[in-house]
Design a protein around this ligand. Structure first.
Ligand code: A2P
Length: 277
């Protein structure tokens, strides 16, 4: 005969509130339309810097509402960081923008993506081209030791409409440059390899214009002192922005003689769409 348990003992065993639930540990609002947040990391989650996962909340119908988000933190970090837009009538981000520390979100622990070192052939100079929240995977890769082991120079370009939209990236890079723990992890002098090239298109700033235009007219190369521009022998690139941006950059990079690679077939550049909620 099986032993009966008192009711109190049975009800004390709580089912998880959400499947794959993770706890929010930090939230930062950057502008009316941009915020970043950190959540706990499942002990079993392994990922490569630059990959994305599906995250979300329970919808009104009780079903998970999930979107793809690049992980903005590096693969060695204890927490997971994300960088998101806020869309007022967006099914997910209209709700997600209100999360607070202690809240739970859903995280499906199956990381994937093409913005990974494995998808590029060896090179000397690595370009990260981002628009808007497309900066997120590079926030991860800029804190990944392999980035500096594999390349002599790392150029990060970030194009946004307004100056305030650059702030997340600017503070992250400033932080990386001053972080003694990172210097220990990456090797002394790693930060000297980073070249940051922010541009705005709709508000006055020291460097105005779409990065695509600045590449085509050679202004980027003149500003950074790069002779001969982008070359397939030395240059590698990772791209993350809107669909239109990705298509335009792809054409430009192919014009320089670079070929698009993948995990299964590494080449000279890789592209991923910045996901919107
Ligand atoms: P622009 O202001 O000239 O459209 P969005 O917020 O629309 O995603 O755009 C983010 C940034 O990316 C903006 O500065 C925008 O410039 C720029 N951008 C958008 N589409 C392209 C494109 N096809 N090529 C280059 N830059 C682009």
């Amino acid at each position: 005969m099986t032993e009966m348990k008192p009711v109190s003992e049975v009800t004390a065993v709580k089912a998880p509130v959400l499947p794959d639930a993770q706890t929010v540990t930090d939230v930062k609002h950057w502008t009316d339309s941009l915020f970043s947040f950190k959540v706990s990391r499942p002990a079993s989650l392994r990922f490569r810097s630059g990959e994305f996962v599906m995250i979300g909340l329970l919808g009104d119908n009780g079903k998970p509402l999930l979107r793809a988000y690049s992980i903005a933190s590096p693969s060695w970090d204890e927490e997971l960081e994300f960088y998101s837009i806020k869309v007022q009538d967006g099914p997910l981000t209209s709700k997600l923008q209100h999360i607070k520390p202690g809240d739970q979100i859903i995280l499906r622990p199956k990381p994937v993506g093409t913005l990974v070192h494995d998808a590029l052939l060896p090179g000397k100079r690595l370009w990260f081209f981002a628009t808007g929240t497309g900066f997120a995977p590079f926030a991860s890769l800029l804190r990944e030791p392999q980035t500096y082991e594999d390349y002599d120079e790392v150029i990060i370009t970030h194009t946004c409409r307004e100056v305030a939209e650059l702030e997340y990236g600017r503070q992250l890079i400033d932080g990386i440059r001053q972080d003694e723990m990172l210097a220990e992890l990456m090797g002394e002098g790693f930060a000297d390899k980073i070249r940051y090239y922010p541009t705005t298109t709709r508000e006055e700033s020291p460097k105005m214009g779409r990065i695509t235009t600045l590449l085509q007219d050679g202004e980027v190369f003149a500003d950074l002192g790069i002779e001969g521009g982008i070359k397939p022998e030395t240059d590698r690139a990772m791209v993350c922005g809107s669909l239109a941006f990705n298509l335009d950059i792809k054409e430009i990079l192919e014009g320089f003689g670079l070929r698009e690679g993948a995990n299964s077939e590494p080449k000279e550049f890789v592209i991923e769409k910045a996901f919107v909620g």
